[in-house]
Design a protein around this ligand. Structure first.
Ligand SMILES: [Zn+2]
Ligand SMILES: [Zn+2]
Length: 375
């Protein structure tokens, strides 16, 4: 791989590019598409690498949460993929924040910038979500959700969605910046973790593991991680968990009580999506504590709401990576405050996207973050 940052390179840009598009459900097809043109305040990113996320699987199988031109994303020449990084290859009108040759990672959401939520920094909850076409174009963009994403050679990004990537960080690691940004946003929404406060993370998927890493880097004490697979829990320890609990061997609520001297934790980041996760989180958190839901349960869950009320427990839901949390997470990674590389397990070339998805979905060879290397 060529390192291009720090030196201006004239990157010659072809007219067409290789891109995967979604036909019907489960039907990805490799095709040629025109290389997109960056508009005002946008840049063209020559994609270096793109990671597969659980949400990509949702999109490819069910459509939602992708929403293209006011409807499901099928048979619309739509390119999925939202966790990517690359090199700025061309800048649109008025762009002076980034130069050709800069290495960048991306946030997913460029909100419309004009609605109430965008004005609050909550651009992942933009009130004009998906309104980006025809005479409804409010300027909203969420690459890989409402606009073309990163399983391709190039993508166009608004400057607000870019984060500089340090020279010494690998392409594969840089794809994890947005995942760390989501964990950071969760902790942010919980009220901003203060050093010495306690945190339980339920579910050691990518966002759970990143919540451990970011929480620890911010000074949480203790950080407790629960899950079912010892291999994942071991990675959690290397990312900063003070205690890990295999819930098949020990009751997680009892374990959290034991570790915290019966008090419970200040915060729970719920990253498992398990049907009973919310009830357990309520029993893990202390009175007046806070729970952030960052996973999607497959079905409606039965929750003991009276317990929430009696104990003054606050519950939050997050979508994605708002309030520039990605920049703060990237700063922690640039300072090597945790080793995100531990989560990257597999790499495949662009031509092998379906195989990469298979490794991710079937967790072949304990796959966690599967990365597709494009350039
Ligand atoms: Zn994702
Ligand atoms: Zn908006």
């Amino acid at each position: 791989m060529m390192k291009l940052s720090g030196q201006k390179k004239d990157l010659s840009i072809p007219k067409t590019m290789k891109a995967w598009v979604l036909d019907g459900p489960e039907q990805l097809r490799l095709t040629e598409k025109p290389v997109p043109e960056p508009g005002p305040a946008e840049v063209l990113v020559r994609i270096g690498a793109v990671a597969i996320c659980g949400t990509d699987v949702e999109i490819i199988t069910k459509g939602l949460p992708a929403w293209i031109q006011g409807g499901p994303p099928f048979n619309k020449n739509f390119t999925p993929g939202h966790e990517y990084m690359g090199t700025v290859a061309k800048v649109g009108a008025g762009v002076d924040e980034y130069e050709i040759g800069d290495r960048v990672a991306v946030e997913i959401h460029a909100g419309c910038g004009r609605c109430e939520r965008c004005r609050m920094g909550m651009y992942t909850s933009c009130l004009n979500y998906g309104l980006n076409y025809g005479d409804q174009d409010k300027g909203h963009r969420a690459n890989g959700f409402t606009t073309d994403g990163g399983f391709a050679e190039y993508a166009v990004n608004h400057v607000n969605t870019l984060v500089h990537v340090p020279e010494e960080m690998s392409d594969e690691e840089a794809t994890l910046i947005v995942t760390a940004g989501t964990a950071m946003y969760g902790l942010d929404v919980l009220g901003g973790l203060i050093a010495g406060e306690s945190l339980a993370v339920t579910g050691p998927g990518p966002i759970g593991l990143m919540s451990v890493a970011v929480g620890k880097a911010l000074g949480a004490q203790p950080v407790i991680l629960t899950g079912t697979r010892d291999t994942r829990l071991k990675i959690g320890i290397r990312l900063g968990a003070d205690h890990v609990i295999n819930i098949q061997k020990e009751d997680p609520v009892e374990a959290v009580k034991r570790i915290t001297g019966g008090k419970g934790v200040h915060y729970v980041m719920e990253c498992s999506g398990a049907p009973n996760a919310m009830n357990e989180a309520m029993d893990m958190v202390n009175r007046g504590g806070r729970i952030c839901l960052a996973a999607f349960p497959g079905e409606p869950a039965l929750v003991d709401l009276a317990k929430l009320v009696r104990n003054n427990i606050y519950v939050y839901g997050i979508r994605g990576e708002g309030r520039s949390a990605t920049h703060r997470a990237a700063a922690l990674m640039a300072q090597k405050r945790f080793d995100a590389k531990l989560m990257h397990t597999h790499t495949f070339p662009l031509e092998e996207v379906p195989k990469a998805f298979r490794y991710f979905r079937e967790r072949i060879e304990d796959a966690i973050k599967v990365v597709v290397k494009v350039h």
